[in-house]
Design a protein around this ligand. Structure first.
Ligand code: C2E
Ligand code: MG
Ligand code: MG
Ligand code: MG
Length: 278
């Protein structure tokens, strides 16, 4: 009967809420121990120049090998780590790992690439963030020109003067800054033109959902980046068609499953020499 169905669907709603909450709690408790227990790992996804086909960058993406649940996706635990503040410690750990790895690739004789690290809002708003970045670079020996910090549009929205000062200080260190998931936030052109950022990363939603409307958005982001003297990279490229479109529109770089998924560092050595792109 209708009543039964209603009751059942209400109950299952209830159960799933409880499950969600318990799940969240267990993630939180375990995440605190994850660093000590060595359960966190950084994977890297190559970024290619569309024009030359060469690998120009690697984005560092965290992975958590949970003792009982297997690999937990960052979209599941990063938001929790942002709420409880753990992201500051985790994020700095990722930055250090990424710098060490990039230095090691260079020391092994690979063509130098820029390593991209996602910076959470909490990290970016630490008063001594510039000093922290400087310290990591010094301790790992990576040349600052080979580190790029990815911030999101929403972080660029608050306290404009502070943002501009921090971004300028980072640039003076020699570090690159890019805006991640571009197109999903609300940054105005006025802000964008004042921010010393070197690259926009077009959000994957505009790339891998092939609608005419999305193509129009992608085109205008590419043209806008270039008129602001920024580079532009497309995230989430999954097909040859998407790549052909981006090439025709003069997008500078691409990142996506079409070329490579994020991989553990030991699987990436061969990719440096794998130049071919259709
Ligand atoms: P993001 O920074 O935008 O990273 C790109 C995400 O898109 C990654 O998901 C990547 O695996 C995925 N991706 C790449 N190519 C494709 C494709 O062709 N198709 C599809 N469908 N997806 C693709 P991932 O690794 O699950 O990370 C999700 C998000 O978690 C990241 O989005 C970032 O916001 C956050 N994150 C990951 N690692 C860190 C970290 O170390 N610190 C911080 N603060 N956030 C992180
Ligand atoms: Mg990113
Ligand atoms: Mg993104
Ligand atoms: Mg992101």
């Amino acid at each position: 009967t209708v009543k039964e169905t209603q009751r059942n669907s209400f109950m299952s709603y209830d159960t799933s809420m409880t499950e969600k909450f318990e799940n969240m709690l267990s993630i939180e408790t375990n995440l605190r121990k994850a660093i000590e227990r060595d359960e966190l790992q950084v994977h890297y996804q190559p970024q290619k120049s569309i024009l030359t086909g060469k690998v120009v960058g690697m984005e560092a993406l965290i992975r958590w090998h949970h003792p009982t649940r297997g690999v937990v996706s960052p979209s599941e635990f990063i938001p929790i780590a942002e709420k409880n503040g753990l992201i500051v410690e985790i994020g700095e750990w990722v930055m250090r790992e990424a710098c060490i790895q990039n230095k090691q690739w260079q020391d092994q004789g690979h063509p130098p690439v820029i390593v991209g690290v996602n910076l959470s809002a909490l990290q970016f708003h630490q008063k001594d963030i510039v000093q922290r970045v400087k310290r990591v670079l010094k301790e790992t020996g990576l040349d600052p020109h080979y580190l790029e910090l990815e911030i999101t549009e929403s972080m660029a929205m608050s306290n404009e003067e502070y943002i501009i000062k921090t971004l300028n200080d980072l640039r003076n260190l020699g570090v690159h800054v890019s805006i991640d998931d571009f197109g999903t936030g609300y940054s105005s052109l006025k802000y964008l033109s004042r921010f010393p950022v070197s690259k926009l990363k077009i959000d994957k939603a505009f790339i891998n959902e092939n609608q005419e409307q999305n193509q129009a958005i992608v085109k205008s982001i590419i043209h806008m980046s270039h008129s602001l003297n920024m580079k532009v990279i497309a995230e989430g490229v999954e097909t040859a068609e998407q790549l052909a479109f981006l090439k025709a529109e003069r997008c500078d770089e691409m990142q996506g499953y079409y070329y490579s998924r994020p991989l553990p560092p030991e699987e990436l050595s061969s990719i440096f020499t794998r130049d071919h792109l259709h």
